[in-house]
Design a protein around this ligand. Sequence first.
Ligand code: ATP
Ligand code: MG
Length: 288
Amino acid sequence: MNGNLKLAVQSKGRLTEKSLELLKHCGLDIEDYSERLFIPARNFPLDILFLRDDDIPEYVQDGVADVGIVGENIFLEKQSETKILEKLGFGRCSLLIAHPENKQLKDIKDIEGKTIATSYPVILNEFLKKNKIKAKVIELSGSVEIAPSLGVADLICDIVSSGNTLMMNKLKKSFKVFDSQAVLISSEKNSLPKEKNKILEDLLRRIRSVLIARNSKYLMMNVPKSSLDKIVKIIPSLKSPTVLPLADENLLAVHAVIPSDKFWTIVEDLKSAGASGILLLPIENMIK
Ligand code: ATP
Ligand code: MG
């Protein structure tokens, strides 16, 4: 056993590529994924273990892996002794209750007495309890969406991102049970040796900086000197904007880091305040 931090990643599935991409953005030099169970990073004391996502919480709980990346849905469902260190912003999907197209389900109370097929009995039962609804939950390990047409269940509760599978099976969304995304988990009792903890802290710092950078953009524009105050008020800056002189004395260049999703809501205001040559650039990394 080496002293490397062991990170469990889904071996072949929806989270594999994005998990590896995140690690690469953190500056880790990782071989391309190639059906192997285990890959060390070349320039960082980290080994990646590839496992089925369902098994990751238990392996992290038992210390086979020190940390893991899984969907929050799996994290909650497995009820292992693990905790979330960071939400990772990818692998977004929702756990929904759906009903056959030709039936109606208007009020949440209409679920009462129905039979629901799901792979997430723990999360679903919790939801039913919270809403004071009694229903029969049938656990299926896969292909939940065909349960109503087989007559096995009235409703289903399953993970959906685009809704295509529902449509193909003549099902309609009704109620949202919970929104999920990929999360980084560690064992609840955090008993890592000092050296490994240091590696984990370094990794977390890198991950957090990549996540902030992903949600931020670098905004650049030219503004008339006279409207600088107005422009600065419009910019939802993460820190105060940089103002630079230009060859044309009536103009200034203004640079600022802004939350990505804010750009389209402010661009018209910037233009009417006299901004020109507006550029929006991606940021690769950002250290807070
Ligand atoms: P494994 O073979 O590792 O058990 P799996 O088939 O159980 O894989 P995937 O379908 O690859 O799992 O999904 C992995 C995770 O990706 C899910 O647990 C969920 O968090 C997330 N996810 C994102 N979008 C979707 C989607 N449309 N359907 C299912 N899961 C999704
Ligand atoms: Mg699975």
